[in-house]
Design a protein around this ligand. Structure first.
Ligand SMILES: [Ca+2]
Length: 355
């Protein structure tokens, strides 16, 4: 893919100051690097050079400029010791962060603004508009919080200094450098979250390379500057992880008293519907998708937990972020946005037809 650097750089950079620091720092970047002298970084560079034919001087420039970010280490946090008591989990507390009136209204507005692409994404990938909006809403409040870390810094910090999942982040750093090459942009210009997730849908570099699509057909895949590309890419991602058009993602269930510990499987789809029914589980709907389901607990401290059966589409959303709370909140935000949108359309139709 050929794309002009300047136009893309502008989309990626966002803040004007980044341009200045980029221009000033590039020529003398290698001197004084904290990473370049380290043997693990040298062997990373060597692998990128031999396995992917990236230019040595360019690799040294980028990694020479990369900076260790203590904030990233703090935010990623240490592994929880296996012996410690898990913190009290509360789905309502989690949900409250995302299911706000502001975010729901922003979702309905976003739908209005980008209806054409949402409709096309539905048609091409079978993923409903509101689910795409649920993801964009939870991830970045529709582009409001896409992250201000330099992704090279985030990924290099975790890849080379931990505190955990170093291998995964080393792979993502590799993918970032390859992505920058694919897109013909400077990796140092790419901004994202403390964990290296980028743009409106917060794709990690590997997902960006694998699933992102150029949905507005301007010959650039831009998840930061193009809502169309973000919309198409979220749908493409969910489809790749098994989204099935027209199926419910979850169905509320009632578990027989005392069987909760046996039946709850969280992320894992380990149950057959007939088997669960045989064990006395009541499904709130008779329209159930084919295939296995998980049983998910939504705990609320001081109240009885709620439970849902998660089917293939629920799993697709958890592939975006491995958390049952996350997927449930995405789907609830999606529903709330659809309700708000329908109400808006009805009100408009009434205004149009007059008293
Ligand atoms: Ca595009």
């Amino acid at each position: 893919m050929r794309i002009s650097f300047l136009r893309n750089a502008a989309a990626w950079l966002g803040a004007g100051t980044a341009f200045v620091s980029l221009a000033l720092s590039a020529p003398c970047a290698v001197a004084g690097s904290e990473y370049l002298s380290r043997p693990d970084v040298r062997s990373f560079i060597e692998a990128m050079q031999t396995e992917h034919a990236l230019d040595l001087a360019e690799l040294e420039r980028v990694l020479g400029e990369a900076r260790h970010q203590p904030t990233v280490v703090r935010l990623i946090g240490p592994e929880r010791p296996k012996t410690s008591t898990p913190p009290v989990r509360s789905y309502p507390r989690y949900r409250a962060k995302f299911l706000t009136n502001l975010r729901i209204a922003a979702g309905a507005r976003y739908w209005d603004r980008h209806e054409e692409y949402l409709r096309r994404a539905e048609a091409e990938f079978g993923v409903p508009a509101e689910v795409i909006l649920g993801i964009l809403g939870v991830e970045t409040a529709f582009g409001q919080n896409t992250g201000s870390f330099r992704v090279v810094d985030s990924l290099a910090t975790i890849a080379f200094d931990g505190p955990r999942r170093q291998e995964y982040f080393r792979d993502e750093l590799k993918e970032l450098l390859l992505l920058a090459r694919d897109l013909n942009i400077d990796p140092l210009a790419i901004k994202g979250s403390y964990a290296g997730a980028m743009g409106l849908p917060q794709f990690m570099p590997s997902s960006y390379r694998r699933y992102a699509v150029d949905f507005d057909q301007d010959q650039a895949i831009d998840l930061i500057g193009s809502p169309a590309d973000a919309i198409g890419s979220v749908a493409s991602y969910l489809k790749a992880y098994g989204w099935n058009e027209g199926e419910p993602a979850t169905v509320t269930v009632k578990l027989p008293a005392g069987s909760e510990a046996d039946l709850v499987t969280g992320l894992e789809r380990a149950h057959d519907v007939a088997e669960l029914q045989g064990r006395g589980v009541k499904f709130s709907s008779s329209k159930l998708p084919e295939g296995l389901c998980s049983v998910v607990e939504l705990p609320a401290p001081g109240k009885p937990s709620k439970y849902v059966a998660g089917f293939g589409n629920f799993e697709a959303v958890t592939r975006y972020n491995r958390s049952t709370f996350y997927a449930t909140a995405v789907l609830e935000l999606a529903d709330a946005i659809r309700v708000a949108r329908t109400r808006q359309m009805t009100a408009r139709a009434e205004t149009k037809s007059g008293p």
